[in-house]
Design a protein around this ligand. Structure first.
Ligand code: HEC
Length: 381
């Protein structure tokens, strides 16, 4: 197989010589060349007429993208989708959004810079270079200065390049070739053993940290608190329950006990204290759909999503239920009925009445008479 030429190198002894050489190579019209020195040399950028790196554009582009994403998502969540009043400030409160915006800008800009540099400029994952492991590289990383004219240069001609370099005072002129075979050492036993050791050590360390360390003092101090957990046993009370029952004959704050609890029906009529306004019915609909529709169905027909997994409730449009007064409906909701559980603890009294009003609307809609329809037409709705 023919060897592929990478370029021609030459060494120089002093910084002044290398600056002159860089200038000379550039003036001869070469563009694909590079200069190697053990330390940065002043004036080199100018001698090579290097343009500023393009990496900055990538950084700027991704930085601005970060700014935009941060501002947009905060605007969308805080001012559009779920506006929340926080401390009386406007929904789009720019000063409060600055830290996040700044962070995301910096995050995207830096990530893009590093990843862009590695991939676009260093051709990651390629991690080798024909100049590696050459005597040229050893010299220029130690005490010499060097130039390499690459074979991809449009003006490249091997003899001309060599004469140009020696004309500029270069010595030890070499031809550099691409390595013939790439050296993949993935299955090297040493490497495999190294991977196994790393895997064992990291999993051991993680196991120890998550399963042992956090249960040792002082890390457990937060766990051992002077308090009773709801489901925990305690030695403090004689019955060993840490959750306490209500004290006999008392009522919790803000709680109005339901006087017909446990009875089949209210013994005196309970009057609906609410008016079925549009707002009230909207509330009733919302709560009905949340709490009742899973079993009773969206329209109270008893045809719910749970069909078959729970005893089917009867239709709320039966003559029986339609004949009930509002208090009876309220009673079933608060008290439950046979397999239907009580919803007393989930739903507030005014919400319960709103549900009752909404059930009345459903019933009316399902059993509308011609007169009802004509009345609605007359109202022009
Ligand atoms: C977990 C399922 C379930 C949910 C949720 C549920 N119910 Fe029921 N409901 C039933 C069942 C089952 C029955 C029939 C009980 C029986 O056998 O007497 C019933 C019966 C009723 C009855 C009496 C119907 C009759 O003909 O006797 C009313 C009124 C009622 N529910 C209202 C409601 C309201 C209002 C809600 C919402 C707060 C609600 N239910 C939520 C399952 C449910």
């Amino acid at each position: 197989m023919e060897k592929k030429l990478f370029g021609v190198t030459a060494l120089f002894n002093t910084p002044d010589e290398i600056i002159k050489a860089a200038k000379g190579v550039r003036e001869s019209g070469y563009v694909k060349y590079d200069v190697f020195t053990p330390y940065p040399i002043h004036g080199m950028d100018d001698a090579m007429k290097l343009k500023p790196s393009k990496l900055g554009y990538l950084t700027l582009g991704f930085g601005l993208t970060g700014t935009f994403i941060a501002l947009f998502s905060m605007w969308f969540t805080m001012a559009m989708d779920y506006p929340m009043i926080i401390g009386g400030k406007p929904f789009f409160a720019l000063p409060a959004f600055i830290p996040v915006t700044f962070e995301l800008t910096v995050l995207l800009a830096t990530l893009a810079t590093v990843i862009g540099m590695l991939t676009f400029f260093f051709y990651f994952p390629n991690n080798s270079h024909p100049l590696h492991d050459t005597t040229f590289m050893k010299a220029v990383s130690h005490d010499r200065y060097g130039v390499c004219i690459e074979s991809i240069d449009p003006k490249f001609d091997i003899t001309k390049a060599k004469t140009a370099l020696s004309g500029l005072g270069g010595y030890d002129i070499q031809e550099i070739y691409y390595p013939e075979k790439s050296d993949i050492r993935l299955f090297d036993p040493k490497f495999i053993v190294f991977l196994i050791v790393v895997a064992a050590v990291t999993s051991g360390a993680i196991y120890f940290a998550l399963n042992k360390l956090v249960y040792m003092q002082p890390f457990t101090w937060m766990q051992h608190q002077q308090k009773l957990s709801a489901q925990a046993e305690t030695k403090f009370f004689a019955d060993k329950f840490s959750m306490r029952p209500k004290v006999e004959g008392t009522v919790a704050r803000g709680y109005i006990p339901y006087e017909f609890k446990g009875l089949a029906a209210p013994t005196t009529e309970i009057v609906n204290p609410t008016f079925p306004s549009e707002k009230n019915l909207a509330l009733g609909k919302k709560k009905f759909l949340t709490f009742c529709s899973p079993c009773h169905g969206n329209y109270g027909d008893g045809d719910s999503r749970l069909r078959g997994q729970f005893p089917n409730p009867p239709s709320l449009h039966s003559a029986k239920v339609r004949g009930w007064n509002d208090g009876n409906l309220y009673h079933v909701l608060v008290n439950g009925q046979n397999v239907m559980p009580s919803y007393e603890s989930q739903i507030l009294p005014e919400e319960r009445w709103a549900i009752v009003n909404y059930i009345r609307v459903l019933q009316k809609a399902k059993n509308a008479t011609l007169e009802d329809i004509q009345a609605v037409r007359k109202e022009g709705k």
